[in-house]
Design a protein around this ligand. Structure first.
Ligand SMILES: NC(=O)c1ccc[n+]([C@@H]2O[C@H](COP(=O)([O-])OP(=O)(O)OC[C@H]3O[C@@H](n4cnc5c(N)ncnc54)[C@H](OP(=O)(O)O)[C@@H]3O)[C@@H](O)[C@H]2O)c1
Length: 254
């Protein structure tokens, strides 16, 4: 069997949420490189189109969509918009998230509301709209971007970590319900990755950032967004036809 038959995504359409930068942008570009048409989502269209431009420059196909996932029913609207621009969604990468660093006793109602809306409600709405058409076509993939914190929570991200664990619980229940239709759902769980999300820490005290990253894992550094791409392609491809409800952790060992 040829490599393209196992991992190739030609003829597939992928929607990647939060693909303007960081892990989402790297995965969007990676899936396009593997042959998928990629629907790039961000909060605004110009941000989505910046990633599309890089995909198109590299010879791929990228189409932009926009929407703030904090809003009620935003996940439902996003799938409708993606279908409107590309016809269907075969691969859904749930990547966009809000992360508020605060221990539980300092977490405000607004911080909680934001994380629940973007990370959990939108995920439920995305799955409700994306899964039935995948099942009807007899093929689908969902790649949920989790976090090492979902299984090893830290006090400073208690609510975020609990919501990530709930997200994976959803992935597992839907994996069981949809496996018989050829729809596989899995979670890719990163450790510390060098993205905008952590840029303030790096900028405030570069040495402390390096020391922290070094102390976290066996590779002794933060990961790069590009290091998430291979596993994302695996979970999006035919190679994943007998794997569902699982977690792949990419954390440098810890
Ligand atoms: N970086 C890490 O160390 C790390 C570790 C473990 C897990 N993760 C997970 O990996 C994923 C990507 O993280 P990252 O570090 O690459 O993130 P990032 O650099 O902060 O980028 C976040 C992305 O999500 C989008 N987004 C944020 N809020 C949104 C909203 N309300 N509605 C729609 N889109 C929204 C942003 O769009 P705009 O550009 O338009 O704002 C952006 O594309 C997240 O699920 C995160 O929880 C990250």
């Amino acid at each position: 069997m040829r490599l393209e038959q196992v991992f190739g995504l030609a003829g597939r359409t992928a929607l990647v949420t939060g693909a303007s930068r960081g892990i989402g942008a790297a995965i969007a570009e990676g899936l396009a490189g593997a042959g998928a048409t990629v629907i790039v989502h961000a909060t605004t269209l110009p941000k989505a189109e910046a990633t599309c431009a890089r995909i198109i420059d590299a010879g791929g196909r990228g189409l932009g969509v926009a929407g703030d996932l904090v809003l009620p029913a935003a996940g439902t609207r996003l799938i409708a918009d993606a279908v409107a621009v590309a016809g269907q969604v075969d691969i859904l990468v749930i990547n966009a998230s809000a992360q508020i660093n605060a221990p539980l006793d300092a977490l405000t109602e607004a911080d909680l509301e934001m994380q629940l809306s973007v990370n959990l409600r939108a995920t439920i709405n995305l799955l409700q709209s994306a899964l039935p058409p995948m099942a009807a076509r007899g093929w689908g993939r969902v790649v949920n971007i989790g976090s090492i914190n979902q299984s090893r929570p830290k006090s400073v991200v208690t609510a975020y970590a609990a919501i990530k664990a709930a997200q994976h619980n959803l992935i597992q229940s839907q994996a069981r319900d949809y496996a018989r239709y050829g729809v596989m759902l899995n979670t890719l769980s990163p450790g510390l990755i060098d993205t905008d999300r952590n840029a303030h820490r790096k900028a405030t005290d570069p040495q402390a950032w390096q020391d922290y990253a070094r102390s976290l894992n066996w590779v002794e550094r933060a990961g790069f967004s590009e290091e998430m791409v291979g596993a994302a392609i695996l979970l999006s491809s035919d190679a994943c036809s007998f794997m569902t409800g699982e977690v792949i952790t990419l954390s440098g060992g810890q």
